[in-house]
Write a protein that binds this ligand. Sequence first.
Ligand code: AHR
Length: 641
Amino acid sequence: MAAIAMVWVLLAATMPGPLIARAETSAGIATLNIDTSKPLHSVSPMLYGLMTEEINYSYDGGLYAEMVRNRTFLGRENAAPAHWFVVQEGNANAAIKVDSTQGPSEAVRTSMLIDVAKADPENMAGALNEGYWGMAVRPNTTYKGSFYAKGDAAGMGPVTVTLVNNNSGKAVAKATTAEPTTEWKRYEFTLAVGNLATSAANHLTLAVGHTGKIWLSLVSLFPPTYHDRANGNRIDIMEKLAAMHSKFLRFPGGNYLEGDEIHQRFDWKRTLGDLVDRPGHPSPWRYESTDGMGLVEFMEWAEDLNIQPVLAVYAGYSLKGSRIAPGPALAPFVDDAMEELEFVMGDAAGTTWGAVRAKLGHPKPFPLQYVEIGNEDQFDRSGSYEGRYAQFYKAIKKKYPQLQVIATTAVKRTKPDVLDDHYYRRATEFFADVKHYDAADRNGPKIFVGEWATREGAPTTNFQAALGDAAWMTGMERNSDVIVMACYAPLFVNVNPGGMQWESNLIGYDAVWSFGSPSYYAQAMFAEYLGTVVPTSSITGSVSERFFYSVTSDPTKGKIYLKLVNASSADQPLNINLAEPVHIASDAALVTLSAADPMATNSIADRERIVPIKTKLHGVAANFSHRLPPYTIQMMELDAK
Ligand code: AHR
């Protein structure tokens, strides 16, 4: 956040174009009329949030700060494990392979066997892990690691763990652990990096200086994390999320909730506790999830951002079409969801699952207002969602009448509290449909726009997408009486080759750096400057078809927030007319996000090409004129005391 703010301040000095409003209104141009004395409705206090799931290496290789890839040695039975390579220093000789007959726990049943035929302390043998497209090493930083190990006999000597620079081949930090015994045991180490340049070109080696057999599993290495949490999140990415001014976090999906098959769903009980008790599972996005980001970690992620969790529970339908019929067959899944809710909200002393949560280190119940039943159940063509939703709804409402129960598609027999609508579109489609909710039934369910994005640009979106997003957000703000929440998807992408399964994402990163797309900055602007009320407003005269606006006000703070979007290639002149008796301060804060070329974007190599620029607008009055440059998203914060 500090870095982002600094960019705003630094760039303010170089901001192009006139920022002085003319005190006189211009005849012949359109007028935006605003009357704050006539409020239309309140703005939903939870309007903007985050949506997340394991896709595009969002957690493993993303937010979840684990640096070791394939830490439990899955797949490739009897062959060298993926992302691991044998280490044979000097004339050492060894072979590595996955061994699924040996593992440290019931849940983690796999390991890597290092069979050392020849080694000594000067010529060590072992294995290296390449990380998620490298391992981030930052100067003067301490990394904490651990692994499980056992040997076939005593006398293998200690395990030497080294962070090695890929280019120089030199150790950047080294540690030695105790000698493994013939029983599985956990070993910890720390690696202290000195004053070196930041780099992703590093790997981790574990090696011994003796012949024999050694098995390793759950090899883990963490950098410092956000709020210093063990098993925590990357600091840079969490800071970007904190700067978004979001109000909630929707998880764990998305398709990731459902899984390709029923047994591959997000099975929350298997994501709890010590990492050695988490087996992990295949994600529908074609890679294994470690489940290091488990239910508790999702909750703590929301807690760290001081936002509400919006929990989706598995509802008996998986992506490849398997489903559980409503009725007795579905009952165990409803029970499971009820236990999940108790785990989240239950009292530590008086409930079974609340006590489990307390034992796992979180005695205080988490806040929860919304629970979602499934994901995109319109794809279940059998129509079973009617019955499935009703069964979940009934059970949840009986025990937790205060919870708002979200349906993922329209149902007729039960009136859902909230309906989740998803939109993935091009910018022109959003431009054409900004009035989508203007005529929505105000007596129907509330709306959760639980996934939406302008899909232009990859891996992250370009400025044209940000214009589409901003236009769509003006419509959501105008209809924020019926739209209670909205969240963009997907949130994350690892930009390395092979990292992306879905084009057009909000935040990109590699092992070291992260950056916000233009869409990210548009979102952050819209969420930061949001009033509590939508006042009456109208346009008289003609404006470009690619001009969009939203007005919200906060009477308590005496603020009017004006969002203006010009998605055309020409200036948009505008008179702004505030109905009396508003007294407007002559200086207003102005935040501008613009690009000369709508195809322009941010990237890992050019992370802050398009960022909001904060300036001041002078000469503001009850009537003033303004000129909105081409391809521009602007926010005016007017002081109306
Ligand atoms: O956001 C990507 C995917 O799009 C989600 O997993 C799914 O819900 C939707 O179809």
